[in-house]
Design a protein. Structure first.
Length: 308
């Protein structure tokens, strides 16, 4: 037979646990939903099919890649704009195809490593001096048809996606879907290839590997440092384009189908971070000001929003 003091102790413990659970549930219900990032500015003067925005922390400026026409045409008329953090145009055609020895056809995703700016451009990666914009080199990617995004890992590795698109004359799919890595002396190495990748688009890299979103299949993949692939939860709608990772390891992902920016928590839950975004492409992130930079490709503007 159990003693009365022991029975009372267990009863008190049960009550305490029950109250603690109730308090947690009440706090959970009372917690306000995440607020939509506040719109600070909309930049648009002179932009033409802005596909990607990148924060250059060293220069404290926003770089915008402009396709400027046909995304498949090797017409050397693409350009990169420099915006101030206030959204004003500092230099509309800071780097322009056909000017100062530069080649830019349809620039899309960008990344910075040291003082080198890497730009995805149809079938090659263009390298420029981050300070002056002067061309440095071109790295051709074998068999590429629609290079889309670039990411730099903490160890300095450079990753590039190929969405596997081609001019829609007979078939819009080329089958060149791939995740590439630039090895020593910028030698391209395929980490993953094949149509089962679903049209690779935006990527972000960290010490654990690469996270990639897909335009065609609307999937989110993670590749570890060995190249092993795993699928993360799929967002409600597809047409996924850009992705950035926040300090809490949540992901912000753009969706053309939803006209929105989704937020994926580390726990695997999706919510709409920004709604009503037209053709949201390759987003950028300014961690200094906690700003989300959303290029709206078909309406020729960039939204600058602050996450509070």
């Amino acid at each position: 037979m159990k003693s009365a003091p022991l029975r009372r102790l267990r009863a008190l413990l049960a009550v305490a646990l029950s109250c603690s659970a109730c308090q947690r549930e009440q706090a959970k219900r009372a917690a306000p939903p995440p607020r939509e990032p506040v719109l600070i500015q909309v930049a648009g003067a002179g932009l033409n099919a802005p596909e990607s925005v990148l924060f250059d922390s060293a220069a404290d400026t926003y770089l915008v890649s402009n396709i400027n026409g046909n995304a498949f045409a090797r017409d050397d008329d693409g350009f990169i704009t420099r915006l101030t953090p206030h959204g004003r145009v500092a230099s509309l055609k800071w780097i322009a195809g056909g000017a100062r020895g530069a080649t830019l056809n349809a620039p899309k995703g960008m990344a910075i490593k040291g003082d080198t700016l890497f730009v995805a451009d149809i079938d090659a990666v263009r390298l420029f001096d981050r300070r002056s914009g002067a061309p440095l080199a071109t790295v051709a990617i074998p068999g590429a048809t629609f290079l889309n995004d670039v990411a730099i890992a903490p160890d300095g590795s450079v990753y590039i996606t190929d969405t596997g698109l081609q001019p829609p004359r007979s078939s819009p799919r080329s089958g060149a879907d791939a995740l590439w890595k630039l090895g020593p002396r910028h030698r391209p190495v395929a980490i993953a290839r094949g149509v089962d990748l679903g049209g690779p688009n935006g990527i972000v890299a960290d010490s654990g590997g690469v996270t990639m979103v897909t335009m065609g299949s609307g999937q989110v993949f993670h590749f570890d440092v060995t190249g092993k692939r795993a699928e993360l939860p799929r967002p409600p709608k597809g047409g996924l384009d850009g992705v950035v990772q926040l300090a809490d390891h949540s992901l912000l992902i753009t969706s053309w189908e939803a006209n929105a920016v989704y937020r994926l928590t580390p726990g695997g839950q999706y919510s709409v971070a920004v709604g009503g975004a037209t053709s949201p492409a390759d987003i950028g992130w300014d961690p200094t000001r906690h700003r989300l930079l959303i290029p709206e490709l078909t309406v020729n503007q960039v939204q600058i929003r602050e996450l509070r």
